[in-house]
Design a binder for this molecule. Structure first.
Ligand SMILES: [Zn+2]
Length: 482
């Protein structure tokens, strides 16, 4: 395995931005030292990279993706091959995808299906969460087995999608009790599904079928209510660690902040679409164009949401950025779930509720959150913490992943802050979809070089990785609990 020296860069971690050289030996980071420290070993290196003026960051960890997810009569359009390659283009070196058990199915069959889809296909390392779509005695037993033997220590439940993934409060409580017993994390899609379904039916009956009604029928109080209920249930279930996925609303965030204020193991993630995109500019576009931005939870109104006045006077987005600074939001993921416009989003022509839910974003998270640094919303340290380090700690992969330190996997990204990235179908776009939710966005900064376990995947604007390089990561328990 090659030896690589990255010299003269600024190494970023959650605790600082420090001029350091990084020595990679084979799959691991061998040493991190003061600039010039390894000059004598340059001779023995296969490659020396001068990273002067650039940032050296841990490979991104995206803990929420859905490759090939079956949804609404179709499948998310990225396979593990195409999606993990796009992730590499975006400076991401580890994903955790959501293996699926639907109601009436066996958990192990669902997991086996996910291993079959991913095995030998990934450009980067990958792990799984397990969706439990049917809580019963058998699936509760299986949760324990997966935690103890399969490296799957987090289980996702749904308070939304009745008849598909939905669990009622009793089922949720049981799954939480089981997770509390084995030390696992419960991840929650927190929206009040039965109430949403009523609003959807009423909207359709009125003839309100355009994509924007997708957001109007999922108002933020129904996210806040479900978040609150999940927090209460997790408390009753023995304080099981709880992680709310894809938080989109300031009022939901307030529930997480209150629980955290009480010292609870309650965490939340948000996604770039909620930090940057608004109903008015995306989902609310005339005609069917808005379908490109149909995802759940939905993108929300910029500043005239009747249900919520932002604490900072900037609506939901101001609240979410503040939440990221305050660690009320610990992680940024993508909820990457791409569908093409043609033939996929189009399934919902004339009926917004039939539009497949999802936005493709695995390629752009590091870029879009770096733009938050440029905009003054986050520090460089916090960028790396929310996108790399905490995701690894939250889900039991640290310090193998998420940090540049001796002994850690050599997952390293060289980031050029003096360059720019133009996102768009004819610009930077490697996800398997026919449009981009970020079409035309020009971002400060650019992914320069990407290493996964010491192997270069992106170099000189070229992908030089290969499918099958990525390995399955067996995870431990969360390392982020108070
Ligand atoms: Zn999701």
């Amino acid at each position: 395995m090659p030896k690589v020296l990255i010299k003269n860069g600024l190494v970023i971690s959650p605790t600082g931005v420090i001029a350091n050289d990084v020595l990679i030996d084979g799959e691991k980071i061998a040493a991190v030292g003061a600039p010039g420290w390894f000059t004598s070993s340059e001779q023995g290196c296969d490659r020396v990279i001068d990273a002067a003026g650039k940032y050296v960051i841990p490979g991104g960890v995206d803990v929420h993706t859905h490759m090939e997810l079956p949804f609404g009569g179709t499948f998310a359009s990225d396979t593990f091959e195409t999606g993990s390659r796009a992730a590499a283009w975006g400076g991401v070196t580890t994903i955790i995808d959501m293996a699926v058990q639907r109601y009436g199915e066996n958990v192990f069959d669902g997991l086996a299906e996910w291993h079959r889809k991913a095995s030998g296909e990934c450009a980067i390392d990958y792990a799984f969460h397990q969706i439990i779509g049917g809580v019963d005695d058998q699936s509760l037993k299986d949760m324990k087995y997966l935690t103890e033997h399969e490296g799957i220590s987090s289980f996702k439940l749904f308070m939304a999608y009745p008849g598909v993934f939905y669990s009622d409060d009793g089922q949720i409580l049981k799954a939480m009790q089981t997770a509390a017993e084995c030390g696992a994390m419960i991840m929650m899609h927190a929206e009040n599904g039965p109430a949403i379904d009523v609003l959807v039916q009423q909207a359709l009956a009125r003839g309100d079928t355009d994509p924007r009604y997708h957001s109007y029928t999922r108002p933020s109080p129904l996210e806040a209510e479900a978040t609150h209920r999940a927090i209460v249930l997790s408390h009753v279930a023995g304080n099981v660690p709880l992680y709310i996925v894809h938080m989109s609303a300031g009022d939901a965030l307030n529930e997480v902040a209150a629980a955290r204020h009480h010292g609870r193991n309650v965490f939340a993630e948000t996604c770039p679409q909620y930090l940057w995109l608004t109903l008015e500019e995306t989902l609310g576009q005339p005609g069917f164009e808005g379908s490109k931005w149909v995802c759940s939870t939905p993108v929300r109104s910029r500043d005239n949401d009747p249900h919520h006045i932002g604490q900072m006077g900037h609506g939901h987005q101001g609240d979410l950025w503040k939440g990221l600074r305050m660690n009320e939001l610990a992680v940024v993921s993508t909820d990457h779930c791409p569908f093409c416009f043609k033939d996929q989003k189009e399934l919902g022509l004339g009926n917004f509720s039939a539009i497949p839910n999802g936005i493709g974003g695995v390629e752009h998270r590091m870029e879009l959150i770096y733009q938050g640094v440029v905009a003054g919303e986050l520090s460089l340290e916090r960028w790396v913490e929310t996108c790399c380090t905490t995701p690894a700690r939250m889900f039991g992969m640290y310090p193998q992943k998420g940090i540049i330190a001796p002994g850690s996997d050599a997952d390293v990204v060289i980031w050029d802050p003096n360059n720019k990235t133009k996102i768009g179908i004819n610009d930077k776009h490697h996800m398997n979809m026919d449009h981009s939710a970020w079409e035309g966005w020009i971002i400060d900064g650019k992914v320069d070089t990407v290493f996964s376990r010491g192997v270069a995947l992106i170099d000189n604007d070229q992908y030089i990785g290969r499918k099958g390089h990525g390995k399955y990561i067996k995870r431990g328990l969360s390392q982020y609990l108070v």
